[in-house]
Design a protein around this ligand. Structure first.
Ligand code: ADE
Length: 300
């Protein structure tokens, strides 16, 4: 009998020990090790409150470096591991930030930006796939409106586009977010003065086409003629990218004027990955030249 009791107690002790190991494994460390942010080691770390700056965002490093390098009296601020470069851009107070690719990265960075810099307006600059078949690398789409091309309900008949509810008002967001008219006009004026780069064609250098149009956004790189046609047919899209509507949605919900400027790097077809590699420098440069000119025209 005594032996049985001892055996039973030993079993209970063993079960208790095993389950406490499980619990220990599930507990988060009190001070989790933070991964160092890329390329931000030398920058200032304290968050700084700003008011009334123009915020400029881009998804690729190349897209923002061009503008960050133009900043006068540049100061760098690291917030949550993201580097925000502030200074004067062509005489106007600006903050320039690299978001990373995709809607979640863009939304995270935009929110940090709004909280810490209180921008008067937000401009997104970068490259896009051409959905309008008449567009070629280096051409520019000034987005009159943007839409998520992957938001809504997938019925057996296909995707039905529908905005989600604005978390702040509980009202349903529109499918298309309109850009600010003043910024659209400013971008159009800047386009004619920006000295954009031309691509070489068999007929000689091609003057970049400037278009006020529709830019659609999704968390996928489009390299499919079928999808390109679908975006053209269903949303009347001129260009496709991966961040614009996410930033536009936040601006809509927070009542901040915005515009998305995109230069074409590829035709969103089967050759898109190769074309993007070939033309993204030219396209990034054209988009950022236009934004830089906008700052000059807007003045301080
Ligand atoms: N950005 C540049 N080209 C793109 C494409 N084809 N699809 C999505 N985003 C892009």
């Amino acid at each position: 009998m005594k032996r049985r009791i001892v055996l039973l107690l030993a079993c209970i002790a063993l079960i208790a020990a095993v389950s406490s190991c499980k619990t220990m494994r599930a507990v988060e460390p009190a001070n989790p090790v933070k991964a160092p942010a890329l390329g931000v080691e030398d920058a200032k770390v304290e968050p700084v409150k700003f008011k009334g700056v123009t915020a400029i965002l881009g998804a690729f490093r190349a897209e923002v470096t061009l503008l960050q390098d133009e900043l006068i009296d540049r100061q760098e601020h690291i917030i949550e591991g993201i580097k925000f470069a502030a200074g004067k851009l062509n005489g106007r107070d600006a903050v320039v930030v690299w978001t990373g690719v995709g809607k979640v990265n863009a939304a995270m960075t935009t929110t940090l930006l709004i909280e810490h810099f209180k921008p008067r307006e937000i401009i997104f600059t970068g490259i896009a796939g051409g959905v309008d078949p008449e567009l070629y690398p280096g051409d520019i789409v000034i987005a009159e409106k943007t839409a998520h091309h992957d938001m809504g309900t997938v019925w057996p008949e296909g995707l039905f586009f529908k905005g989600v509810k604005n978390r702040l008002t509980n009202l349903e967001n529109p499918v298309f977010f309109r850009a600010d008219e003043r910024l659209l006009k400013l971008a159009e004026r800047a386009a004619s003065k920006a000295g954009l780069m031309k691509i070489e064609t068999v007929d000689g250098p091609r003057e970049p086409k400037i278009l006020r149009g529709v830019v659609v956004t999704g968390d996928v790189f489009v390299a499919s003629e079928k999808k390109r046609r679908e975006l053209r047919k269903r949303l009347d899209a001129d260009a496709v990218e991966m961040e614009g509507a996410a930033v536009a949605q936040i601006c809509y919900q927070r009542k901040i004027p915005h515009v998305v400027i995109r230069s074409i790097s590829d035709k969103a077809d089967a050759g898109a990955v190769v074309d993007k590699q070939m033309f993204y420098i030219l396209a990034s440069q054209n988009s950022s030249s236009l934004v830089s000119e906008m700052m000059l025209l807007a003045g301080s």
